[in-house]
Design a binder for this molecule. Structure first.
Ligand SMILES: Nc1ncnc2c1ncn2[C@@H]1O[C@H](COP(=O)(O)OP(=O)(O)OP(=O)(O)O)[C@@H](O)[C@H]1O
Ligand SMILES: [Mg+2]
Length: 508
């Protein structure tokens, strides 16, 4: 291969952190006009490799070559000079700034020494249009949902006009519509000769977008295969074994209702939502993005207020808009935004796992440290949290392992009703099955689970009943044996027959 064809090559890259070898001699290369997928389990070292390539981490050993020449990437400027743009797994936007300001942060166009706002906003508008994001350049980033944040990150990377585009799980938070848009953009860039490094845990995306795949396992590159490789073969390379049952399900007969929601309404958001979840049951909440699923979940958990209706847990009514009351009644929520709502990033794994239980673990005013540690060890083991130890700060865990900690927190607490909002986001295929098994253990012991997921096969595979929401209302209910993708989608796109709330939900 000529040097002109090869954009990047890394040879024998090593990187250790206290207690972990994250990269143990990784080889990887990227050609002009290709999409090269990096595949590996949670904690395999994908993001660490990316951070070496964008100058966020210095490797302990190995070489990096750009267009055949050895280079050092010791910071963001070095990466930018080499034409490398990166979209990180964790968002790097500044919430208090506008969309346009974030896109051009540190590179704002100037006129007579002043920031040329008009030009900046016009340029931002053009980029937003290119990624198909319908928000004004002056909108504050703080006001955007997580999928839109991701699209802003993408617009920002495009503004750099890079030759190498690195995307660390860009689709984890996107809807299928947005994924299509992103793929179109990446294909256009590929035609222009841009090389893309693409990380995903959604295996079906690999053949759809990729050219080659490099598989990382325990910090080593264990194989390089064409993107058209069958999924089961990719899984075997990635986890070192094949994964049999995708949705293991043995459910007891449902018992008495643990959660009863009646007439729940928040003006302009959701309307007259009523449902029950019984002991031993998994109820799926399906619908398009914007249908109001997350909003209902947050209201039930007390994180947001509501205008009318009631929430009962085990027959007792729960005060509205009061997270402590909901938690006290035994309700837990794994939120869709783990970084913003689920975790204390600078606390340890053990502290995060103990966040909910802390009160009950306190005996006679003293925290039962030994008991807490034993519990945390058990749950971290069940979830296969990959870490240097319970004292590791959650910020330095890999993305998927952070998600496992959010789930573990509620497993440790004596949660009766667990609400899961996109629980397997960023979780590798092997660990997903383990999470499904834990959900089954919860239901086997008589707990109730309400599950929201944009992964429709997952909702269908795990739920005993599926409730479908559209435009803030429950528009249908399907028992497991009738809940097919087609049946759910037919309900999800239906327009509820109502007059009072056309605004806010339409035009999505
Ligand atoms: N700053 C850090 N300090 C300590 N350990 C770290 C740090 N960054 C990463 N690690 C560790 O290095 C290992 C590799 O993590 P990395 O984030 O690269 O995994 P990943 O392949 O991206 O996983 P995921 O699919 O979950 O995102 C993990 O064990 C992680 O805990
Ligand atoms: Mg990662």
């Amino acid at each position: 291969m000529s040097a002109a064809e090869e954009l990047l090559r890394v040879e024998g890259i090593r990187k250790s952190f206290p207690g972990v070898v994250a990269l143990d001699g990784v080889d990887f290369d990227l050609r002009r006009g290709e999409v090269h997928v990096l595949l590996g389990e949670n904690g395999a070292g994908k993001s660490t490799l990316i951070k070496v390539l964008c100058g966020a981490h210095r490797p302990d050993g190995g070489r990096i070559l750009a267009a055949g020449r050895e280079v050092r990437i010791h910071g963001a400027q070095d990466a930018e000079r080499l034409g490398i743009a990166t979209i990180h797994q964790e968002f790097n936007l500044v919430p208090e700034l506008t969309v346009a300001e974030n896109i051009f942060l540190g590179r704002q166009p100037r006129r007579f020494g002043m920031i040329d706002r008009r030009r900046m906003e016009a340029d931002a508008q053009a980029l937003l249009q290119r990624v198909g994001l319908d928000v004004p350049p002056r909108a504050k980033v703080r006001e955007l949902g997580i999928a839109r944040l991701q699209m802003v990150e993408i617009a920002k990377a495009l503004s750099l006009d890079a030759r190498v585009l690195i995307m660390d799980e860009p689709t984890a938070v996107l809807t299928s519509e947005e994924v299509d848009k992103l793929f179109r953009i990446v294909r256009d860039l590929r035609d222009d000769g841009v090389g893309t490094v693409f990380i995903t845990h959604h295996l079906e995306e690999i053949a759809a977008l990729g050219d080659r795949v490099t598989v990382l396992r325990d910090g080593r590159s264990v194989g390089q295969v064409p993107a058209a490789t069958p999924e089961d073969e990719l899984v075997r390379l990635m986890v070192g074994r094949s994964i049999e049952q995708q949705y293991p399900r043995e459910r007891p007969d449902p018992g008495r209702p643990l959660l009863s929601v009646r007439g729940l309404t928040r003006h302009g958001v959701f309307h007259d939502v009523s449902f029950e979840v019984r002991a031993g049951e998994v109820v799926g909440l399906a619908g398009l993005v914007g249908a109001g699923r997350t909003e209902v979940a947050r209201a039930v958990f007390g994180a947001d207020p509501y205008d009318a209706g009631t929430v009962d847990v085990r027959g007792e009514s729960v005060a509205r808009g009061d997270v402590n009351a909901a938690m006290g009644a035994g309700v837990g929520l794994v939120p869709e935004d783990r970084k913003g709502q689920g975790l204390v990033l600078d606390a340890s794994v053990q502290e995060n796992l103990g966040l909910v239980t802390l009160r009950s673990a306190t005996r006679a005013g003293l925290v039962d440290l030994k008991g807490q540690r034993a519990d945390a060890t058990r749950v971290a083991g069940q979830l296969g949290v990959r870490m240097a130890g319970l004292d590791q700060r959650v910020r330095t865990l890999s993305g998927g392992n952070q998600q496992k900690v959010v789930i573990g927190k509620w497993l440790l607490a004596d949660t009766q009703v667990l609400i899961l909002d996109e629980p397997t986001r960023g979780i590798d295929v092997g660990a997903k099955v383990e999470i499904y098994q834990l959900i089954n253990e919860l239901t086997a012991s008589g707990r109730a689970v309400l599950m929201i997921s944009s992964d429709l096969p997952e909702v269908l595979g795990m739920s005993d009943r599926v409730l479908v929401m559209a435009q803030g209302r429950i528009v249908g209910e399907l028992p497991a044996h009738e809940a097919t993708q087609d049946a759910v989608m037919a309900l999800a796109v239906a327009t509820p027959n109502t007059e009072d709330e056309a605004e806010g939900s339409r035009g999505h």
